[in-house]
Design a protein around this ligand. Structure first.
Ligand SMILES: [Zn+2]
Length: 246
């Protein structure tokens, strides 16, 4: 068992060492992004976003609190691989430069809401962004899982999608603010903050009750899962096609 734990830790370290290619951004967001120019991302409207923002990160918390694109792409998301407890600090997709996502989905509640449409989630109407086809991706997940009545209890009722808010206990904008995140049934969920631990405290106890089939159905459609984070949030999925997809 101990040997297995060591192996998993080594595998996790390997996962973290591989950054995501910036080209995946171009493939994921073709309506917004035109090309890369050296270390700069060029938007279709001519705006330019440097991959590295010129700030030297002093700690993992600093990197998470004000990430640039390089920090966002710094950890490879292991989509559609077997579920495992993430290693310390393994949080692929949890760093989100707010300016990057705000530019696509909206910088204000009114701007985000203008692009929310209703998605039928097993009879429950949920508001989701139509930008980048996020709503279509969520509908596809529902369609793919519609025949699995054995999984329904994990999926519904959803605890919600759009809320303009920051991540609990931080000043970071949550992906729920952009209408691209969904929380599943809290009854079968586990969340690191429910343990009452400090962020980045070592030894946060990992727990997950969500079946792999649910996780893979979302990942196949470009979502990332909070259960793949050291700071685990197993009810949470967000549309991040630059990281997800199998
Ligand atoms: Zn959530």
């Amino acid at each position: 068992m101990k040997r297995l734990a060591v192996l998993l830790t080594l595998l996790s370290a390997a996962v973290q060492a591989q950054p995501v290619s910036p080209n995946r951004l171009l493939t994921a967001y073709p309506n917004f992004l035109a090309r890369t120019d050296g270390n700069t991302l060029i938007w279709k409207d001519g705006a330019r976003t440097p991959f590295a923002g010129g700030h030297t990160f002093t700690s993992p918390a600093d990197r998470l609190n004000r990430p640039d694109l390089s920090a966002m792409l710094g950890q490879l998301y292991p989509a559609c691989t077997a579920l495992h407890p993430p290693a310390y600090g393994e949080d692929p997709g949890r760093a989100r430069p707010a300016a990057f996502f705000g530019r696509m989905y909206g910088m204000t509640p009114a701007a985000v809401k203008a692009n929310l449409v209703s998605v039928n989630w097993f009879g429950q109407p949920l508001m989701f962004s139509r930008i980048n086809g996020a709503n279509l991706a969520l509908e596809a997940v529902a369609r793919d899982l519609s025949l699995r009545s054995d999984l329904r209890r994990y999926l519904t009722p959803s605890a919600g999608t759009y809320v303009w808010r920051v991540v609990a206990g931080s000043s970071r904008r949550s992906a729920h603010s952009w209408g691209v995140a969904i929380d599943l049934n809290t009854r079968y969920s586990d969340y690191w903050q429910w343990e009452g631990r400090r962020e980045f405290a070592p030894g946060i106890l990992y727990r997950n009750r969500l079946p792999q089939a649910v996780v893979w159905a979302f990942e196949k459609r470009g979502f990332v899962w909070g259960g793949r984070w050291y700071h685990h949030d197993t009810m949470h999925f967000e549309f991040r096609p630059e990281l997800g997809g199998c």
